[in-house]
Design a binder for this molecule. Sequence first.
Ligand SMILES: Cc1cc2nc3c(=O)[nH]c(=O)nc-3n(C[C@H](O)[C@H](O)[C@H](O)COP(=O)(O)OP(=O)(O)OC[C@H]3O[C@@H](n4cnc5c(N)ncnc54)[C@H](O)[C@@H]3O)c2cc1C
Length: 430
Amino acid sequence: MGAEQLNIPTLDLPRVVIIGGGFAGLKLAKGIDSSLYQTVLIDRNNYHTFQPLMYQVASSGLEPDSIAYPLRKVFKGKKRFHFRMADVIQVDESSKTLQTSIGPIKYDILVIATGADSNFFGMENVKKYSMPMKNLVESLNLRSRILTNFEKALNTTDLSEQEALMSFVIVGGGPTGVELAGALAELKKQILPKDYPDLDIRKMQIHIVEASDRLLANMSETASVKTEKFLKKMDVNVWLGTQVKDYDGKQVITSKHVFNSKTLVWAAGVQGVPPAGLNATIVRGNRILTDEFNKVVEKENVFAIGDVAQIKSDQAPNGHPMLASVAGQQGSKLAKNLNALAKNITMQPFSYADKGTMATIGRNLAVVDLPFFSFSGLFAWLTWMFVHLMLLVDYRSRLVVFVNWAWSYLNYDKGTRLIVRTSEDKSSID
Ligand SMILES: Cc1cc2nc3c(=O)[nH]c(=O)nc-3n(C[C@H](O)[C@H](O)[C@H](O)COP(=O)(O)OP(=O)(O)OC[C@H]3O[C@@H](n4cnc5c(N)ncnc54)[C@H](O)[C@@H]3O)c2cc1C
């Protein structure tokens, strides 16, 4: 028994401290048996973010509160559970203590579920001037930037300046890049001409730049081909085999072309964000190496799950993809394993059940790869919508998102075209 830390009582039960209330941390904390452990969940935000729909916040389709959910509400009524909103600054393994922005906290078992952040591959200028979309604040910043650009384009007589304001370069042809490009194309076609009748919206250019030779490289060839076709039909310029080299906030230098653009969206790379102080094996993508039980290699009481972790397994020699489904399944599995551990039952290795991958490009257009076959078009789009609605945390979010989608579909409208400036606002760069 020790002194109380963060006003959390010390019990005669082992304490599991989880860093991160994302897909992995949330499932884990939900599954831990309160009669076996005291659980402390720490996140720098007081909400869980449904990242797959962030591009819709950035493109004025949804409000942030329909894809973010208060963590305290998720765990309402859960016994021996404590949430603390704090930044974890350092792990001190020798004293089994975390240093956080609100003070230290001891753990018996530590689970790292800190996710991933943008990787700019050492390009400092790109990092400085581009707009990433890895969290809710960045999505709102991007939305502000897009709309502010049109407000500015309306007021300038300098044609080159206007071109730069109305050109959007998205780097990365994965699901995020593809979905955002499609959403911008819909804005161009359906919304902006009505909002800006004094501006020739045909001048708006959307470019998607991808280093490899196809879009959605992690999906089937069929899905890649269809996606490229859909995007081109929607007036998106697709640049394959093209690498971004530099950006000064005005010109994007790529291996093939120079774009005059004030908005470079970075959707090209992510890397794990392990907490400082952890003396672990870090592998490709800045991920913590774990065994098949999600235990950090060569540690006794430290686990890592989700995007920040890479399992050493035969099923995925290079690690599982950084996906919400992988993170959620790892969280659920680890909860079962920790509950088993407390009862001296043998833990089971993690095995990923791949239920398929999908991406949406626009109205009635999506691609779906299931383990045994692929399909695209209207049915894929309906599938995408149904799956994403069901994955949202609660009924309220599902209803709000569904109503927004139905409204947009029937009225060719998007209801949330507000320029909301945030504390990390980058939208005012001249
Ligand atoms: C734009 C976008 C679109 C995506 N689309 C899809 C998709 O369609 N399908 C799919 O399967 N996956 C998608 N993904 C990937 C998916 O969101 C991730 O794989 C998933 O979020 C990983 O879950 P996680 O729990 O590991 O991390 P996260 O969900 O990122 O959660 C990490 C949590 O840790 C907290 N945290 C981090 N560091 C600290 C710290 N030091 N102190 C306190 N708290 C901390 C963060 O605030 C966050 O809440 C997308 C991701 C993005 C960014």
